[in-house]
Write a protein that binds this ligand. Structure first.
Ligand code: HEC
Length: 326
């Protein structure tokens, strides 16, 4: 063991008490009711600060958690941490070339906001068992999907981790209860049986871009981040980003939605998805029109922005964030 230590004696005591009462240990099959939080348990997980990485935590000797590394600076920071395997669980294409050049392996195991499939759990568990680490596990911001993947790896790899430890970790990482499929993962997880793990191949993909809708959404998100900067700058190009052309950003977003509607993976979701994509497209067209105004009328632009933002939330509530059916 030694990969996890608790900050205080009372932490140890509380964990032992939990075990003594026969509470569920993470990753084992669960027959009892929900596991109570133990307010006395403390976890020894440090927040770190290194350039090019956000929401960076040292979760154990072998696992770091954080955001998608920003450029060469971010990857250099990972190298400083001694990371050998970078694990991306988001939909963006990982920069495998840069990682390889710096002597690190990339593994891409994307997960959704609706929860982690059993096959993905097995792959994460296998990875934790098959590689020496240290690992850096990331999603885009390092807030939701990445920390949950870390919880899965820890729960499957270290019996000292309980559901409570995992939930405290998610709390510390800032994982939102808005994603029940993610936040309930520790409670519903079953630790893989040795035969189950043995059956999982250990040649992990460096990029797995078979989810085209997730890939388009990564673009949508990047454009939306730029539009947020435009909003903060009073509906103009932000001084730090003179390259941003506000109405053109809105137009690009329109085009992404149109492209999304043509994807097979969007069609698979049925007519409501098609309608919501059309709604989002027309709300964004309205935003584009407001941003083309000479001058831009701030209240109208703000109202159009709010409407466009509501489209993200409406569709995600319906198609992205609901827990997977069990
Ligand atoms: C009409 C539906 C719809 C709209 C509108 C929409 N999204 Fe999405 N979004 C989805 C779905 C569905 C997924 C999950 C894709 C998957 O993983 O299969 C998703 C995934 C994402 C992801 C995760 C990508 C990844 O790394 O896996 C981000 C980020 C995102 N959306 C941002 C946005 C933002 C920002 C907006 C608004 C500006 C927006 N989306 C509007 C349906 C939508």
């Amino acid at each position: 063991m030694g990969s996890l230590s608790f900050a205080s004696k009372s932490g140890h005591a509380a964990i032992s008490a939990l075990l003594a009462f026969g509470m569920v240990v993470g990753c084992q099959s669960q027959t009892g009711g929900p596991v109570a939080r133990q307010p006395n348990v403390e976890i020894d997980i440090q927040k770190l600060d290194l350039p090019g990485l956000h929401n960076l935590f040292r979760v154990s000797d072998r696992i770091f958690s954080g955001s998608s590394p920003e450029g060469e600076t971010g990857f250099d920071s990972l190298r400083q941490l001694g990371v050998r395997t970078i694990v991306s669980v988001d939909g963006a294409r990982p920069d495998v070339e840069l990682a390889t050049r710096l002597g690190m392996e990339y593994v891409h195991l994307p997960i959704g906001y609706d929860g982690i499939s059993r096959s993905r759990v097995l792959e994460l568990a296998k990875l934790a068992a098959a590689r020496p680490g240290p690992f850096y596990v990331h999603c885009h911001h390092g807030l939701h999907r990445g920390p949950v993947a870390v919880a899965v790896m820890r729960l499957c790899d270290d019996r000292a981790w309980t559901v409570t430890t995992a939930e405290l970790w998610l709390q510390k990482a800032g994982t939102s209860p808005q994603y029940p499929g993610l936040i309930h993962t520790p409670r519903t997880l079953r630790r893989p049986a040795p035969e189950e793990l043995a059956a999982v191949p250990d040649n992990f993909p460096a990029t797995s871009m078979d989810n085209d809708l997730a890939a388009v959404m990564v673009e949508v998100d990047a454009i939306w981040d730029r539009l947020k900067l435009v909003k903060s700058a009073g509906w103009a190009a932000p001084p730090s980003r003179p390259d941003i052309d506000p109405p053109h950003e809105a137009l690009q977003l329109v085009e992404q939605y149109r492209e999304a509607a043509r994807l097979p993976s969007a069609g698979k979701h049925g007519p409501t998805m098609t309608r919501l994509l059309a709604d989002a497209e027309s709300a964004t067209r309205q935003l584009e029109a407001e941003l083309r105004g000479k001058p831009v009328v701030a209240e109208k632009a703000a109202a159009a922005f709010t409407r466009a933002a509501a489209q993200c939330a409406t569709c995600h509530n319906q198609f992205r964030d609901r827990p997977k059916a069990r």
